[in-house]
Design a protein around this ligand. Structure first.
Ligand SMILES: NC(=O)c1ccc[n+]([C@@H]2O[C@H](COP(=O)([O-])OP(=O)(O)OC[C@H]3O[C@@H](n4cnc5c(N)ncnc54)[C@H](OP(=O)(O)O)[C@@H]3O)[C@@H](O)[C@H]2O)c1
Length: 239
């Protein structure tokens, strides 16, 4: 959604050092938004309307600090995009508990901390948009991705309940569920496995960054204020 100079809005996007998070941040910046981002490492890129916070979304105190700092600095928080996430492919029988715990901590609890802290600010404002990240792996019940898919299914449940709890404050909460898009997250997946996954989609092609941006843009449109608690999967996949 493109803004005029007078209507600058503030978005916090998690996981902005690279991948989809960086693309999202740059997309919003191009369209006139003020963007705060976070990740565990320094951003490694810059923009006059972008500030980077070094924070692990799985660290509750760091997330509280980041969301509060952004709201204090700009006096508002219009959008939170919970993009930061971690995938791991393991046969269920061979999945170490440490891996499972980290996926829960980053994908589920990281999203929860973000929603909770942003909601406090947005409830006072009586407006806000929250967008979470799921995956088609949840809808397709993908073998080899049991814990990843489960954490994203939990994110979807959180999305639906948060949408109900926050609707009367003018806040929408939705999620996007991408198909595989070529980023560092998917680069490690064997080509044959990616091809098999793509073949299960009604529209059998890899996702592109623009496909994800399009869904995010849709959720952010002023006209989308009647749309909440929804998960939009790419590629024709449905839940
Ligand atoms: N790419 C796909 O095919 C695909 C498909 C479906 C869903 N998704 C979802 O889309 C989201 C983004 O994926 P991606 O492909 O862009 O991944 P990516 O290329 O691996 O990038 C992940 C980003 O998140 C940051 N990050 C990772 N762990 C973090 C943590 N604990 N705290 C804060 N920041 C963290 C990373 O920066 P640092 O290393 O600096 O922390 C990086 O900027 C994820 O939620 C993923 O599950 C992706």
């Amino acid at each position: 959604m493109t803004l005029t100079k007078q209507e600058t809005r503030v978005a916090l996007v998690t996981g902005t050092r690279k991948g989809l998070g960086r693309a999202l941040a740059e997309h919003l910046l191009t369209n006139g938004w003020t963007v705060a981002g976070c990740s565990r490492e320094a951003a490694g890129w810059a923009h006059v309307a972008y500030e980077h916070h070094v924070a692990d979304v799985a660290d509750e105190a760091a997330m509280v600090k980041t969301v509060r700092a952004v709201a204090r600095q700009h006096g508002r928080l219009d959008v939170l995009i919970n993009n930061a996430g971690l995938a791991s492919m393991n046969a269920l029988a061979l999945t170490p508990a440490t891996v499972a715990r980290r996926l829960v901590d980053v994908n589920f609890l990281g999203t929860f901390y973000g929603i909770r802290e942003a909601a406090k600010i947005m409830m006072r404002q009586k407006s806000g948009r929250i967008i979470n990240f799921s995956t088609v792996a949840a809808a397709l019940n993908l073998e080899g991705e049991a814990i990843y898919a489960a954490t994203k299914a939990a994110v979807e449940s959180l999305t639906r309940v948060a949408a109900r709890e926050l609707a009367s404050y003018g806040i929408t909460v939705n999620a996007v569920g991408p198909t595989p898009v070529l980023t560092d997250l998917t680069r490690v997946v064997p080509k044959a496995k990616l091809a098999a996954l793509v073949a299960r989609q009604p529209i059998a092609r890899m996702g592109e960054v623009r496909d994800v941006l399009n869904v995010v843009d849709f959720f952010l449109r002023p006209e989308s204020d009647f749309i909440t608690g929804q998960v939009i999967y790419l590629g024709g996949v449905h839940g």
